[in-house]
Write a new protein. Structure first.
Length: 310
């Protein structure tokens, strides 16, 4: 069989998606086109390759054997073509797709949008919620460029690095009396708490931190979004424990007090994850460097695709 790159791309997409319809959508082809390509591959390789399953297809032993070599070959070809392509963010019309956790979206989205307007005005930016867990296939298949959140343990087959860290502060309703620079522990435990519990590891993470510190929260309401917590705290004359960056964003606009937690709850990381085949991709490098500059408050540095790679 003479290798047909188009057929190999179909094989790779079906292998990763385990669903012919999803693979067709990813490739921008019709389902019938993908099915026809699979039929040609089956004849050429003398194997069924994929068998029908309850929610899609499952690879045969033959498919599992050849999949790593096909993926590696396509990766090398893609890297070679990408390396030869110049990237100018100011002229790019590319659509960048990011997976973001709820905290990362609130903290990074406004600055990221502003940076795109300045440095890549013709490009498109699409942010999608990451959900409770990160599926590495979303990045391996290039459905998304990268993901931002907290990944513990790190997903297999992805590059994960720290973008920034954050601590915790309390946002307190303005009418509460006895609030100093550091909140009194007794007052902290008596006030009605608005607990933020978005999807993912944040829910159990902060709960464990406060429990380990011996801090009790008098829960009055549980919400799923940080911005909802701010308005609710003001309305019920209560308190919420939130990341310091969130407290800085919402305290003044909502007339809240931004004070220290009675006990040190430590810090937590926000991480960035991408597939290794994007390590030297100039577009992905530019995006990663832009995010790093935003994280440290220097977003004007994201002007071109010549930044260092990781």
């Amino acid at each position: 069989m003479t290798a047909d790159i188009a057929l190999l791309r179909v094989f790779h997409a079906v292998m990763e998606e385990r669903n012919v319809t999803a693979a067709a959508q990813r490739l921008g082809q019709s389902q019938s086109t993908v099915s026809a390509a699979l039929a040609r591959l089956r004849v050429a390789l003398g194997d069924e390759l994929f068998l029908r399953a309850r929610y899609g297809v499952e690879p045969t032993e033959k498919a599992l054997q050849i999949a790593p070599d096909i993926a590696a070959g396509l990766d090398r070809l893609e890297q070679a073509f990408r390396a030869a392509e110049p990237f100018d963010p100011a002229q790019s019309t590319r659509r960048f797709r990011l997976l973001l956790g709820p905290y990362a979206e609130v903290v990074l989205a406004p600055a990221l949008a502003a940076a795109f307007v300045r440095h890549a005005p013709k490009a498109q930016l699409e942010l999608t919620p990451i959900g409770p867990d990160l599926d590495p296939r979303s990045l391996a298949g290039q459905t998304f460029d990268l993901a931002i959140g907290r990944f513990s343990p790190p997903p297999q087959d992805l590059v994960v690095s720290e973008l920034f860290t954050d601590g915790f502060r309390c946002i307190v309703a303005p009418g509460v009396h006895g609030v100093g620079a550091v909140l009194d522990r007794d007052l902290y435990e008596r006030l009605p708490h608005v607990v933020v519990a978005p999807p993912g590891k944040w829910r159990t993470g902060l709960q464990k931190l406060t429990a380990d510190a011996g801090l009790r929260r008098n829960t009055a309401m549980v919400v799923s979004h940080f911005l909802t917590a701010a308005t609710t705290v003001a309305d019920i004359g209560g308190i919420a424990t939130v990341p310091a960056r969130i407290a800085d964003m919402v305290a003044k606009p909502y007339g809240l007090r931004n004070v220290a937690v009675p006990l040190n709850l430590g810090s937590f990381p926000t991480q960035i994850a991408w597939h290794p085949h994007n390590r030297r991709d100039p577009r992905n490098i530019w995006l990663r460097e832009l995010l790093k500059s935003i994280a440290c408050g220097k977003s004007d540095s994201g002007r071109n695709g010549q930044g260092a790679s990781n």
